[in-house]
Design a protein around this ligand. Structure first.
Ligand code: PMP
Ligand code: GLN
Length: 382
C-alpha cells in the first residue's frame, strides 16, 4: 500500500457490518435502509433490463433522461438551473463524484478544509489527490461550524472547502446564515466548494439550503447527491454532480478513468424516481422523522446522551453517561453486550481523541427493529 493510503485501513462500515453478520446483531452501524425503495422504481429498473436499455455502456456523462431528471430535480426543489447536457454528470454513487471532484480539482499540496467529523471517504480521497486535509471541527453539544475558526484556517495553500449538509454523522443541517458565512469565505479567498448533499431530502427540523444557490457560489461549487439515500437504493450506486461546464468537464476527466460509466439500467429507473411527485419526498421524510423519534427516545431511555438530529438518518450519542469513554472499544464490545452494532465517531476525526466518546446509530430501519434494538440496549445499560 502506498504512502497516500497507508493507515487508512478497512472502512469502518465494512468492518462493523461484518461484525453484525458474524454476531447476528441488529445493524445500526452502516447507513443503509432495511426497506427497499419504491416498487415502481424497481419495476422501472426491471423494464430497462428486459428491454435492453443500459445493458451496454451508457454514455459517459450519463443517459440523457437521467441528466434531464437531475436538472429538473435541482430546479423543482432548490430553484437551481443546470443545463443537462453541459452541467450534469452521472457517477457511480456520490462516492465516485467526491473522488473524481477531488482528484480533478486538487493539486498536490493543496489544502482542503472539511467539516470534522467527516465522512470517511473524504480523508482517503484527499490523500489520493496528495492534498492535505484541514479539519474545521464541529464541537458538541451543538456541532456547529465556527466561522472565525474557518477564517483562521485559511492559508495561501487553501484551495477547496468540502461541505456536507445535512451532516453525517452529527445530523447538523447548516443554516442559511452559516452557509452565507462559508460562502463569503469562499468568495473572499477564491476557493472551490464541493458540497456533499446526499441527505438533501432527509431534513426534519430544519431546511436544507444548497450552497450553490448563494450569490457568487454557482460558479465555484460542485454539488453532489445520490439516489442511495433519497430513494433507498444504496446498492445501485447512482450518484451525480452538478456544476458549471468547466467544473463538470474537469470532474468528468477524472471520472472517465475511474469507472468510465456504471449502473446502466438503474440510470433509467433513477430518472423515473427523480420525477416522483412531491408527496413521495414528503412521506419519506415523515417516515424517517418517526424513526428518528423512536430511536432518540429509546437511546435516551437506555442512558445515552443523545444529540439532536435535524437531518440525515444518523444520531450521534455520547457514551460518557454510561461510564464509558472510548467509542471504539464500546462499539467493538457492543454486539457481545447488547446484540447491536453502531459506529464509533472517532473514525471520522483527524484527531481521534476528539471523537472518542461519540457513537453513531442509524435509524433507517423498520420501527420494530429500532424498538428491538433499543430494548436490547436498555437491558444492557439502563
Ligand atoms: N456522502 C455521505 C455524507 C454519505 O453519508 C454517503 C454514504 N452513503 C456518501 C457520500 C456515499 O453515497 P453513495 O452511496 O451514493 O456513494
Ligand atoms: N454512508 C453510509 C454511512 O455513513 C455508508 C457508506 C459506506 O458503507 N461506505 O454509514
Amino acid at each position: 500500500l502506498n504512502r497516500r493510503l497507508a493507515g487508512m485501513g478497512t472502512t469502518i462500515f465494512a468492518e462493523m457490518s461484518a461484525l453484525a453478520t458474524a454476531t447476528g446483531s441488529i445493524n445500526l452501524g452502516q447507513g443503509f435502509p432495511d426497506t427497499d425503495g419504491p416498487e415502481e422504481v424497481r419495476e422501472a429498473a426491471v423494464r430497462a433490463l428486459r428491454e435492453g436499455r443500459g445493458n451496454q455502456y451508457p454514455p459517459g456523462p450519463g443517459i440523457p433522461e437521467l441528466r434531464q431528471a437531475i436538472a429538473e430535480h435541482q430546479q423543482r426543489f432548490h430553484g437551481l438551473s443546470y443545463d443537462p447536457d453541459r452541467e450534469v454528470l452521472v457517477t457511480a454513487g456520490a462516492t465516485e463524484a467526491i473522488a473524481a471532484s477531488l482528484l480533478a480539482l486538487l493539486e498536490p499540496g493543496d489544502e482542503v478544509i472539511a467539516l470534522e467529523p467527516f465522512y470517511d471517504s473524504y480523508a482517503a480521497c484527499i490523500a489520493m489527490a496528495d492534498a492535505t486535509r484541514v479539519p474545521l471541527t464541529l464541537r458538541a453539544p451543538h456541532f456547529r461550524p465556527d466561522l472565525d475558526e474557518l477564517r483562521s484556517l485559511i492559508t495561501p495553500r487553501t484551495r477547496l472547502l468540502l461541505i456536507n449538509t445535512p451532516h453525517n454523522p452529527t445530523g447538523t443541517v447548516l443554516t442559511a446564515e452559516e452557509l452565507a458565512g462559508i460562502a463569503a469565505v469562499a468568495v473572499d479567498h477564491d476557493l472551490l466548494v464541493v458540497a456533499d448533499e446526499v441527505y438533501e431530502h432527509l431534513v426534519f427540523d430544519a431546511t436544507h439550503h444548497p450552497i450553490a444557490a448563494l450569490p457568487g457560489m454557482r460558479e465555484r461549487t460542485v454539488t453532489i447527491s445520490s439516489a442511495a439515500k433519497t430513494f433507498s437504493f444504496t446498492g445501485w450506486k447512482v450518484g451525480w454532480a452538478t456544476a458549471t461546464p468547466e467544473l463538470i468537464t474537469a470532474v468528468r476527466s477524472a471520472k472517465q478513468f475511474l469507472t468510465y460509466v456504471s449502473s446502466g439500467p438503474f440510470q433509467y429507473a433513477v430518472a423515473e424516481a427523480l420525477a416522483l411527485p412531491d408527496s413521495y419526498f414528503e412521506t419519506f421524510r415523515q417516515d424517517m422523522r418517526a424513526k428518528r423519534d423512536v430511536l432518540t427516545a429509546g437511546l435516551k431511555e437506555a442512558g445515552f446522551q443523545v444529540y439532536d438530529t435535524a437531518g440525515t438518518y444518523f444520531i450521534t450519542t455520547d457514551i460518557r453517561p454510561l461510564g464509558e469513554t472510548d467509542g471504539f472499544a464500546f462499539c467493538r464490545a457492543l454486539p457481545e453486550r447488547a446484540g447491536v452494532v453502531a459506529i464509533p465517531n472517532a473514525v471520522f476525526y483527524d484527531h481521534r481523541e476528539a471523537g472518542a466518546p461519540f457513537v453513531r446509530f442509524a435509524f433507517c430501519k423498520r420501527v420494530e427493529v429500532l424498538a428491538d434494538a433499543t430494548e436490547r440496549l436498555r437491558k444492557a445499560f439502563a
